[in-house]
Design a protein around this ligand. Structure first.
Ligand code: NAD
Ligand code: ZN
Length: 349
């Protein structure tokens, strides 16, 4: 399966399938004099004797978020320069969203930009590898130092996902679910039906593809986030606060945020857009801790949401809500009102 971007220029293809990595990379690499691999430590350990056996002496990225530190950035760029990287060489980044962000940022900045290919290895990376955002973290917060930099291709080899720990599957599934909500009612219904018992990667494949298409739709005409790209933030305003407070994997916190968004959409519209019991049972069945919402501290959540870089005004908080599945809108809610809604949410659980 292939999805092609449709920007005015600098387009790239996203290849999604099982067992495609080596052959696709060979096609792309043929255009370059040298290729440098940046590979997440855990992924390399798992696949160095199988899917990644063709990779010779990669630069190892510390597993996960550790690869997005200043020290890691120094290590990556100095290693590339040490090995003699030049402008017309290629960088291939293999790993989850963290490796993708860190490797993409290194590719964007070393020698003022070298071509790179993303090889995402987590379910969440169906989201993070699309949209050209690269970043590392600051002591002042996550993703504060970065640039927009498009890859030459994304090669999403689904056979690499089979070793994902269950928490990472649940986290990535949070974004799959968000993309279904952004798309339409039928997609949400099908997704819930296909995953009624358990969430299996096999069942997810069509929804991963549709999620990539949905993300692409939102970023294509709005790469710099002034209009509909904002809708991708669905569930993230409270989600980020919960992720920070409870140190939860990103997509798991996003599901809690999505549940609040459904609750808030019902309240603001004054009608039952979402059958909350139905969604709560479904999420809880899969192990998402919806019950944690009952014990949140409203003041603490308000202050954490106020720090979100997407909130421009102090007296009100920006929220993406839904008029129906697939139909989002952005509103500013007075902070005093929002705090009341958080209390109502707690009472409702
Ligand atoms: P991650 O990259 O931190 O990976 C999670 C863990 O899984 C790590 O320990 C990693 O080593 C391991 N892992 C990766 N692939 C594996 C595999 N196939 N089998 C077994 N283990 C594997 O986490 P993530 O959830 O993929 O990404 C989160 C990051 O993505 C965050 O830093 C976030 O800021 C970023 N992000 C970026 C964007 C964007 O648009 N650029 C969007 C969303 C999130
Ligand atoms: Zn997210």
């Amino acid at each position: 399966m292939e999805i092609r971007t449709s920007y005015a220029a600098d387009n790239y293809t996203i290849h999604v399938d099982h067992g495609i990595l080596e052959s696709r990379l060979a096609d792309y690499s043929a255009d370059y004099d040298a290729v440098y691999f940046l590979v997440d430590r855990n992924v390399y350990q798992l696949y160095k004797d199988s899917v990644l056996s063709f990779i010779d002496s990669p630069i190892i990225l510390e597993g996960g978020e550790a690869s997005k530190s200043f020290d890691a950035f120094k290590h990556i760029t100095e290693s590339l320069l040490e090995r003699g990287i030049q402008r017309h060489h290629l960088i291939v980044v293999v790993g989850g969203g963290a490796a993708g962000d860190a490797g993409g940022f290194a590719a964007a900045t070393v020698l003022r930009g070298v071509d790179y290919i993303q090889v995402p290895t987590t379910l969440l990376a169906h989201d993070s590898s699309i949209g050209a955002k690269t970043a590392i973290n600051s002591t002042h917060g996550k993703n504060l130092i970065g640039v927009f930099y498009r890859p030459k291709a994304v090669i999403y080899d689904l056979s690499l996902l089979e070793t994902l720990p269950q928490d990472e599957v649940l986290s990535g599934f949070g974004e799959v679910f968000k993309h279904a909500l952004l798309k339409d009612e039928e997609t949400v219904r099908d997704l819930m039906a296909e995953t009624r018992g358990e969430i299996t990667l096999d069942a997810l494949k069509p929804f991963i593809i549709s999620g990539i298409e949905t993300k692409m739709h939102h970023v294509l005409n709005d790469e710099k986030e002034s209009g509909i790209r904002k809708y991708l933030n669905l569930g993230h305003t409270l989600g980020h606060a919960i992720e920070y407070r409870y140190k939860m994997p990103h997509g798991i916190a996003v599901v809690l945020g999505l549940y609040f968004t459904m609750f808030l959409s019902n309240e603001v519209e004054g009608r039952k857009i979402f059958d909350l019991d139905h969604f709560r049972e479904y999420f809880s069945h899969h192990g998402y801790p919806i019950h944690k919402l009952k014990s949140i501290d409203e003041d603490e959540m308000m202050s954490l949401m106020g720090r979100d870089k997407k909130n421009q005004s102090r007296a009100a908080t920006g929220f993406v809500l839904m008029k129906s599945i697939g139909q989002c809108h952005f509103i500013e809610i007075e902070n005093t009102e929002l705090k009341k809604y958080l209390s109502y949410l707690k009472e409702s659980l």
